[in-house]
Structures are given as structure tokens and as C-alpha cells.
Design a protein around this ligand. Sequence first.
Ligand SMILES: Nc1ncnc2c1ncn2[C@@H]1O[C@H](COP(=O)(O)OP(=O)(O)OP(=O)(O)O)[C@@H](O)[C@H]1O
Ligand SMILES: [Mg+2]
Length: 173
Amino acid sequence: MDYPCAVATRIVETSDSRQTEALGAELAAALTPGDIVLVRGELGAGKTTFVRGAARALGVSDPVTSPTFGIGHRYQGSHVIVSHLDLYRLAGLHEEEPELLDDYLGPDRIAFVEWPEETSAELRDACLLVTLTHQGGDRRRIEVRERDECSQAVTPPVEPRWSGRMRGKETVR
Ligand SMILES: Nc1ncnc2c1ncn2[C@@H]1O[C@H](COP(=O)(O)OP(=O)(O)OP(=O)(O)O)[C@@H](O)[C@H]1O
Ligand SMILES: [Mg+2]
């Protein structure tokens, strides 16, 4: 079935961290260098767990952990550099040097950004939004969708669009 105008949305409920990692791995298979994925959710929702699964699937063999010092890690994947940013401790990107994120973003890398400031100019090209929500116990609701802002933000439009890459798996709302 084809949904040419719809923004594809995938919603999955996981019941342990391995399932969340597996969903991250599934998303990774649809990513291409240059993609930026914003990963939202409360403390302990499973953002880093999701990113770990994605990074593993992209060929990262180093341990994928939350950055303790600095804003992120860069990992060598099998064909791409994988950046993992956690902006939790930043007061706001507008208060930082404009080039703060430069080492982590770019056409040859895939970036995952926890605690993103979604309105920031630095993240305007981020087309994907993953939102994790606690559902009690170990259950998490995970929504993967294309950002509404993205079609206007990226010029020229990235092809294939994310919704095209998700075809066959989407839930359309
Ligand atoms: N279904 C699940 N999905 C993901 N993690 C789960 C799940 N069930 C339990 N967990 C546990 O919840 C914790 C999630 O930690 P994680 O560091 O991934 O969260 P986070 O959202 O990145 O937190 P923070 O906001 O501190 O960065 C882990 O200890 C993980 O084992
Ligand atoms: Mg985290």
C-alpha cells in the first residue's frame, strides 16, 4: 500500500531493552550518511539503549555509553562514522559556540542526538524524531517519525524521503 503524501510513523511498544535495541537496529538499516536522528524521552526512557542498538547495527564495536565528559562520542562504524550526542547538560545551543556540533554532524556521518533542542539552527536538517515514553515497568512506547518541519527545512529535499524508506512498515496517523 502506498501513502504518497503521508508522513510515515512507526509506533512500537517494547518490553525489555533488547527489543528497544532491536528497533534501533531496524531504524539503522534505513539510515544513510548525513542523517540526523533526534531522540527524545524522559530520564531512563531508553534513548541510549535505542542508540546502542542502532550503532551496533551500523558496525560499531566499541561500547556505546552515555557521554560523561563533553557532549558526545564518535564511533567508527563499518561504513560510516556514528555520532552520539547528549545535550542534557547544555543550557541551550544558542549559548554555545556555533561550531560546537560541527565534529559530530556532516555528510559522512550518522548522528543521534539525545535531549535535542529542536528549534536550534544546528539541528535544522534533522529529519527523524524518535520519542520514547515510559509505560510502566520495563515497557516503553517508541515512536519513530519524520519531523513535520523537515520538508520545509531541507533544501533541496533529501531523496528518498524517510517516508519512502519506511514504506511497508509505517502506521499512518
Ligand atoms: N523496554 C526498555 N527499553 C529500553 N530500556 C529499558 C527497557 N526496559 C528497561 N530498560 C532499562 O532502562 C534503562 C534505560 O537507560 P538509558 O540509558 O537507555 O536511558 P536514557 O533515556 O538514555 O536515559 P538518560 O535520559 O539518562 O540519558 C536501562 O537500564 C535499560 O536496561
Ligand atoms: Mg541517555
